[in-house]
Structure formats: C-alpha cells, structure tokens
Design a protein around this ligand. Structure first.
Ligand SMILES: Cc1cc2nc3c(=O)[nH]c(=O)nc-3n(C[C@H](O)[C@H](O)[C@H](O)COP(=O)(O)O)c2cc1C
Length: 160
C-alpha cells in the first residue's frame, strides 16, 4: 500500500486546519496509508523512510517555513545524504498559509523538496489567512482537499 505523510507545522492553528482538509482529500482515495505528523509532536524521523508521497505544510513566518520545520528538513537532507533515510522515488506536494506577502514561502518549500530530489506532483498551494474568526474561508478548504486527493492518486499511479 502506498504510504503518504502529511508533515506540517502550525503556530496558531490555521495551517493545521488546512492540513486536516488535505488529509480529508487523501482519505477519499482507497488503498493508501496516511500518517499526519505535526512538527513538535513525538515521532521517529525514520517514519519518512521509503514513503511514496511527502506533503509539507507551513505558515509563512517572515516569508519562510517555521524555523522548526526548516531545521527538521535540514536534518532529513543530511540523513538522506547519509542514506539513513531513503527518499528515492518519493514524490511531493507543498501547502501553506500566509497573511500579507503572496505566499512566497511555499516556493521556498517547493525548492527545499526539489533539493531532496522530490518531484512535486501538484502545484504549490498558498492560502490567505484573512484573520478574524474564520481565518480560512470554508470554500477555500476545498483546494486543500483537492491537493490531498491529487497527491494520493499520484501515489497509486506511481506504484502500479
Ligand atoms: C512571527 C510571525 C511572522 C509572520 N510573517 C509573515 C510573513 O512574512 N508574511 C506573511 O504573509 N504572513 C506572515 N505571518 C502570518 C502567518 O503566516 C499567518 O497568520 C498564518 O495563518 C499563521 O498560521 P498558523 O496559525 O498555522 O501558525 C507571520 C506571523 C507571525 C506570527
């Protein structure tokens, strides 16, 4: 069964909200295994070994990923060079939330995955946090579901 990991960070819950929509999209596709990993929660980094699709999400923090996610992915890069984490053939997707600057950070996230030789299977998704109670408009969450579903379908195409 193809394995998909959603790896995300979220300081105040908006990206987490979007990550849940991405997970809903993945779960629309039968026959894939999903793990959702929040940076800061306890899990072995080796969970990323030999996964089929890595979906990474982050808020924009000064136009970059959160510092914790940057550190995490730097370690993944080092472990990949040392062949402790095998990412050959792993595909990817990125999503992010921002308030003001157009979501430049998702391009950085895409570049980080590409440096790991992870090819994106869907276009980077950047969603605006409008503030207030709603923060992400409900209809926009569908774009997160679409990203999750497309990533999951790509994992099936890759394997069979
Ligand atoms: C310290 C800090 C720096 C931020 N820097 C940016 C920024 O450079 N550009 C931007 O568009 N939004 C920026 N934001 C806004 C967040 O990206 C936005 O509020 C996002 O929805 C927060 O996501 P979260 O609730 O998942 O933490 C910043 C927020 C904080 C707290």
């Amino acid at each position: 069964m193809p394995r998909i990991v959603i790896l995300y960070d979220s300081l105040t819950g908006t990206t987490e909200h979007l990550a849940k929509a991405v997970a809903e999209g993945v779960q629309l596709v039968k026959g894939v295994g999903l793990q959702i990993l929040k940076i800061g929660s306890k899990f072995p980094i080796s969970l990323l070994n030999n996964i089929d699709v890595l979906i990474v999400g982050s808020p924009s923090i000064y136009s970059n990923m959160t510092p914790s996610l940057q550190t995490f992915l730097k370690t993944v890069t080092e472990l990949s060079v040392q062949r402790k984490i095998q990412l050959t053939g792993t595909k990817g997707a990125v999503f992010g939330v921002y308030q003001w600057d157009g979501g430049w950070h998702v391009d950085r996230m895409a570049q980080t995955l590409m440096r790991l030789n992870i090819e994106l299977v869907v276009a980077p998704l950047a969603i605006v946090d409008h503030g207030g109670e709603m923060r992400i408009h409900a209809q926009v969450l569908q774009r997160g579901r679409n990203l999750g579903e497309a990533s999951a379908r790509a994992s099936l195409v890759l394997r069979y």
